[in-house]
Design a protein around this ligand. Structure first.
Ligand code: SF4
Ligand code: SF4
Length: 168
């Protein structure tokens, strides 16, 4: 009986020796994530550099984990951060609370907050897990200007751009 079990075990080991390994050499090698994977958030900008976030707090209201904190302030044409009346003067996400459900992304009227494919989140301190607006804002697009911008009056009156329904 013991010999049969031993032979079966050895056979399994021998058989697996010829299979392709499933492990990869992370971080040198990275496995692509699934198309709908939800990872670290980023706050997006328009092509001219203006922030898409209008500080409406709909994402915070939709968040089931109470992970988002938003404070808004008034835009002026001399110091404009986003189209419309208001922008997010403070935007924070507590990544220890976040469950990566994507409800914030769904609730956002301007497609400002987007969950990407970055899963490399690690912290050694609870305070480091709070991602600020500066950390979340995406890099400036080519040709765009940093915010706040000085703009002509009457140009950026609409907070929410006209958008098509998603096809996916
Ligand atoms: S992904 Fe879900 S839990 Fe995380 S901040 Fe957005 S709504 Fe909250
Ligand atoms: S990310 Fe979107 S939903 Fe959240 S405050 Fe900004 S505009 Fe509003």
């Amino acid at each position: 009986m013991f010999a049969i079990e031993l032979a079966r075990g050895l056979y399994t080991t021998w058989r697996e020796m010829f299979n392709k390994p499933v492990t990869i050499q992370y971080p040198d090698q990275r496995r692509p994530v699934y198309r709908r994977f939800k990872g670290r958030h980023s706050l997006h900008r328009y092509d001219n550099g203006l922030e898409k976030c209008i500080g409406c707090s709909l994402c915070a209201a939709a968040c089931p984990a109470d992970a988002i904190f938003v404070e808004s302030a008034e835009n002026t044409n001399a110091a404009r951060f986003s189209p419309g009346e208001r922008y997010a003067s403070t935007y924070e996400i507590n990544m220890l609370r976040c469950i990566y459900c994507g409800y914030c992304e769904d609730a956002c009227p301007t497609e400002a907050i987007v969950l990407g494919d970055n899963y490399e989140l690690s912290f050694t301190d609870r305070h480091d897990a709070i991602y600020t607006k500066e950390m979340l804002l995406e890099a400036l697009p080519e040709g765009g200007s940093l915010t706040p911008q000085e703009v002509k009056p009457g140009v950026y009156t609409r907070s929410v751009p006209e958008m098509k329904d998603p096809v996916d």
